[in-house]
Design a protein around this ligand. Structure first.
Ligand code: ASP
Ligand code: MG
Length: 448
């Protein structure tokens, strides 16, 4: 059994939906297809909610008209029949019916918001299933709320893996007995009482991993619009290429540094169960993509260079740190109090340096930190990170790393506790040069 998840751009146009049908058909019997909302639809629904919150009933209706028109155009282009169009109108009409009262209340509860946000996947999954059927691919449509059972944390519901497993065991086999494929929507779930929830933005990958894990799928394929995870951002490094395999830890490090392809926490359920997660390109189906696995075996190769711009470094220097306990805790309390995540951290006997990328509370943070010591703030920095499992066991990588960068002014240096990365801070203006030098050294010459 295969799980194939198609993101918003993979179902964004009629041409894309036709591609999806061919991919699922080629996967053979036992294919569970999970689709996102058509690209942009969840954003429009979010905007609709925003308009409702502001009391703009007319604006909310207009935004919803746009959502309906988008789906009707898709249905027309795919040449689908009347029932699909009727289902679409009925689904949108139910949301329309909620608008006046909720807008008048002026208080859109997270529960109400989830019911509205779920519309995108409710519609896309039905339209895709109907297209499959029209093409002679006999696919069952499954309402995700029957299998993705969650708690009631609306907007970011926590899945109940035991209940999901139970539901999957009960619902999937009878469907697969009669149909080669099943289509369901990502992102949506329900409480055990049947109240609609959502897993949070981008949650369709999470749905895919949860269902792949629960069903013990052979593979969880994430179909998107790129060839997988790259050795570096191709907009900066044209020679960047797809990484064929990497471990979950490596993917996690990469994602932190803004590799937008996937959020590793969302695929964790599959990886933990030993289900490989493979990133594939709907628009280049012949490309093998990137395979994310739990463990690497003996593969010690370097995998990628990641970077993140817009970093601010705070250096905190205190004489009290010498021999004092509780200083680090006091420093981190400040960041916690201001709900600002800290990324890299380095310490010496009398100082600590941390990086943050969210500077909305910077003034308040520095004011609080001044009570603990001298503060120096460096803005316009970037983090560059070389990622590869087991790098510390490979003698000489550190030496090569720093000699490659000998003409670049390197700030903080951190070797990840997970032993899969070396990270440094450079000035933003040096970023592209540093990344280019490193990619050339570690990936161009075939060294990796
Ligand atoms: N449609 C949802 C979103 O845009 C979920 C997803 O696409 O993964 O956030
Ligand atoms: Mg998405």
């Amino acid at each position: 059994m295969l799980v194939l998840k198609f993101g918003g751009t993979s179902v964004g146009t009629a041409d894309a939906v036709r591609r999806v049908e061919r991919i699922v058909r080629d996967a053979g019997p036992g294919a569970l297809a999970i689709v996102s909302a058509f690209s942009g639809v969840t954003n429009t629904l979010t905007r609709t909610l925003e308009l409702m919150r502001r009391g703009d009933t007319a604006g909310a209706f207009a935004a919803l008209d746009g959502v309906e028109a988008r789906h009707r155009a898709m249905i027309a282009e795919l040449g689908l029949s009347v029932p699909t169009a009727r289902f679409t109108t009925e689904t949108i009409d139910r949301v329309r019916g909620l608008i006046p009262a909720l807008t008048a209340l002026g208080d859109i509860t997270p529960r109400a918001a989830d019911t509205i946000l779920a519309t995108g996947e409710t519609l896309s999954s039905r339209i895709v299933a109907d297209h499959f059927a029209a093409q002679g691919l006999d696919a069952a449509h499954l309402d995700a709320r029957e299998v993705i059972i969650t708690d009631a944390s609306f907007g970011a519901a926590q899945p109940d893996t035991a209940l999901i497993e139970e539901a999957v065991r009960e619902k999937l086999p009878p469907l697969f007995a009669r149909h080669p494929a099943i289509v369901t929507g990502g992102y949506i779930g329900a409480t055990p009482q049947g109240v609609t929830t959502t897993l949070g933005r981008g949650g369709s990958d999470y749905s895919a991993a949860l269902l792949a894990a629960a069903a013990g799928a052979d593979e969880c394929q994430i179909w998107t619009d790129v060839d997988g995870i790259m050795t570096c951002d191709p907009r900066i490094i044209p020679a960047a290429r797809t990484v064929p395999r990497l471990t979950y830890d490596e993917a996690a490090e990469l994602a932190f540094f803004g590799a937008k392809v996937l959020h590793p926490l969302t695929i964790f359920p599959a990886v933990r169960k030993g289900v490989p997660v493979v990133i594939r390109n709907t628009f280049q189906p012949a490309h093998a993509g990137t395979r994310v696995i739990a463990h690497n075996g003996n593969d010690r190769r370097l995998k990628a260079i990641a970077f993140q711009r817009g970093i601010t470094v705070l250096h905190i220097r205190s004489n009290r740190m010498l021999g004092a306990h509780g200083f680090l805790a006091a420093v981190f309390d400040v960041f916690r109090d201001h709900r600002t995540p800290v990324d890299l951290v380095t310490t010496s006997e009398v100082s600590i340096s941390v990086t943050i990328d969210d500077t909305t509370r910077l003034d308040a943070i520095t004011a609080d930190l001044r009570r603990l010591g001298d503060i120096r703030v460096e803005e316009g920095r970037a983090i560059v990170s070389l990622i590869g499992d087991g790098m510390r066991e490979t003698a000489g990588i550190g030496a090569r790393f720093f000699s490659t960068l000998r003409t670049v002014n390197v700030g903080m240096v951190s070797v990840g506790a997970s032993e899969v990365n070396i990270s440094i801070v450079v000035a933003d203006k040096d970023l592209e040069r540093a990344v280019g030098l490193l990619h050339n050294e570690f990936f161009d010459g075939g060294a990796a």
